[in-house]
Ligand binder design. Structure first.
Ligand code: NAG
Ligand code: NAG
Ligand code: NAG
Ligand code: NAG
Length: 439
């Protein structure tokens, strides 16, 4: 019975133990390719906010932006209510919380080494003592027992990239306080995995589909690309579409993979590329493939007979400072930003804008057809947490005796566990309660 829930998707080549490198370097390459794009002349065709010209530099700018011009797609500081007059749980600030995390490096076995900041010796602990406080209401702690009891006989799928792997591990840590799940499926490289909570007949699946659409990816075990990605923006990735009807809840997102070097195909022909070396193919920008992929995913969901509750999770910002990943970038802050302090990199705004525009269009269609789409807008609250990343503590004791500090690579994209990403589960819980899905 449980085995049927498994996800038969397979990706050859990689080995499980090298997974992190794959995810990590993948994340890094794309950031780089974004900057390459913007140092070329052509850019996305959406109206800029902030101006795209800011992105030409490879240095991280921390200039103050005029956020009022971005109101159509991001949350402005200090707004407690959403458009329907309800408490906007995504608008708020991080407040001090002496009670700290509900699990630790030794109480949860699902934390993978690269995110296990405690075990890897991260010296500062302040990043663990913050809680998200929406302006207009409170966000309750995640109630694992309540969640599992409400989810009896139900199943969830997380569709996306390594940020979802990070997120699902957070959820596994929270839920395993009540019941220890076991893994009922994994593909060869451990990218698609399914866990089962037998006492609650509850299934949680991670489906690896970083681009949502069909793509040929030519990366070796270390995530180094032998050739550009060939992305087909008019064909969805079967790994998730073939499984879609199995799940009661689906959470998905686009993400940083869209910043990579790629050749873009449509109707079996090349329509452009992003950052590729072949000068006879026109530069198409990062925005076009991203928009098309999201649009196609929504079309599938809104026209599907199966109507799970679908959450779209918004863009995850990185926090490299003093350079980028390839030029010694680090994230050594030890506390959250205030809202006035940091408004994100231009790339964050480009991608957020596309996400909001496509979500809004999809919601209109969804309402007609009975599909249920919800926005899990983690962008703003994540943006304010430069202190939540592993940084150098993605490896054990990075500055230990005999280790060369010159070689330390920082991860300022994924999140420490425990850490700010645990809040994402609290937001989901609150949304489920508000939707009347659980009571
Ligand atoms: C957990 O982290 C602490 C440091 O914060 C460390 O002393 C301890 O060895 C770690 N435990 C495990 C099981 O990794
Ligand atoms: C577990 O849940 C599935 C639906 O997801 C249901 O078909 C099955 O009968 C349940 N099994 C048990 C033992 O309750
Ligand atoms: C560049 O792209 C064109 C058009 O797709 C193709 O015909 C040509 O072989 C490519 N050149 C190289 C060096 O890959
Ligand atoms: C972070 O690193 C920069 C550059 O090395 C340094 O100037 C700054 O003082 C550091 N900040 C903290 C909080 O350690």
């Amino acid at each position: 019975m449980a085995g049927d829930e498994g996800v038969p998707c397979s990706v050859p080549k990689s080995k499980a133990r090298q997974l992190f490198n794959v995810f990590f370097f993948a994340a890094l390459v794309m950031v780089f390719s974004f900057y390459l794009l913007f140092s070329n002349s052509s850019g996305p065709d959406v109206a800029p906010c902030p101006p795209y010209s800011n992105a030409a530099s490879t240095r991280v700018r921390r200039t103050q932006l005029d956020l009022s011009a971005c109101a159509s797609y991001i949350r402005l500081p200090g707004m407690p209510l959403d458009a329907k007059g309800k408490c906007d749980i995504f608008s708020g600030s991080w407040i001090s919380d002496p009670s700290g995390p509900v699990y630790t490096n030794y109480s949860c076995r699902f934390i993978e080494a690269p995110q296990n900041c405690m075990s890897n010796g991260r010296p500062d602990k302040d990043y663990l003592y913050w809680r998200w406080k929406p302006y207009g209401c409170d966000l309750p702690q995640f109630d694992s027992a309540w969640f599992l009891n409400s989810m009896r006989d139900k199943s969830w799928a997380f569709i996306g990239d390594s940020i979802f792997r990070n997120h699902i591990q957070s959820m596994l840590c929270l839920l395993s306080k009540v019941e220890e799940p076991y893994e009922i499926y994994h593909d060869k490289p451990f990218k698609c995995r399914t866990w089962y909570f037998a006492n609650h007949n509850f299934t949680l699946a991670m489906i690896w589909a970083p681009l949502l659409v069909k793509a040929d990816i030519f990366e070796d075990d270390d995530g180094k690309a032998k050739s550009e990605i060939q992305i087909h923006v008019d064909v969805l990735e079967e790994k998730w579409t073939s499984q879609y009807s199995k799940y009661d809840y689906v959470i998905f997102s686009g993400g940083q993979w869209f910043l990579k070097t790629m050749v873009v195909w449509e109707s079996n022909g090349i329509v452009g590329c992003h950052n590729c070396k072949n000068s006879s193919i026109k530069e198409i920008g990062v925005d076009y493939p991203y928009r098309m992929a999201l649009r196609l995913a929504y079309q599938f969901m809104t026209s599907s007979k199966h109507k799970p509750l679908v959450f779209f999770r918004t863009w995850t910002p990185d926090h490299f400072e003093y350079g980028e990943w390839f030029s010694g970038g680090i994230c050594n802050r030890t506390s959250p930003y205030n809202e006035e302090q940091y408004t994100g990199k231009p790339v964050d705004h480009v991608m957020m804008r596309i996400e909001m525009e496509e979500f809004e269009k999809a919601t209109a269609t969804a309402e007609e057809g009975g599909a249920r789409l919800k926005l899990l807008d983690t962008f703003h609250l994540s943006l304010l947490r430069p202190d939540g990343h592993p940084g150098p503590y993605r490896t054990f004791d990075p500055f230990g005796k005999g280790k060369s500090t010159a070689k330390v690579q920082n991860d300022c994209l994924h999140w420490c566990l425990p850490g700010p990403i645990d809040t994402w589960d609290e937001l989901i819980m609150k949304m489920l309660v508000d939707e009347g899905e659980i009571s």
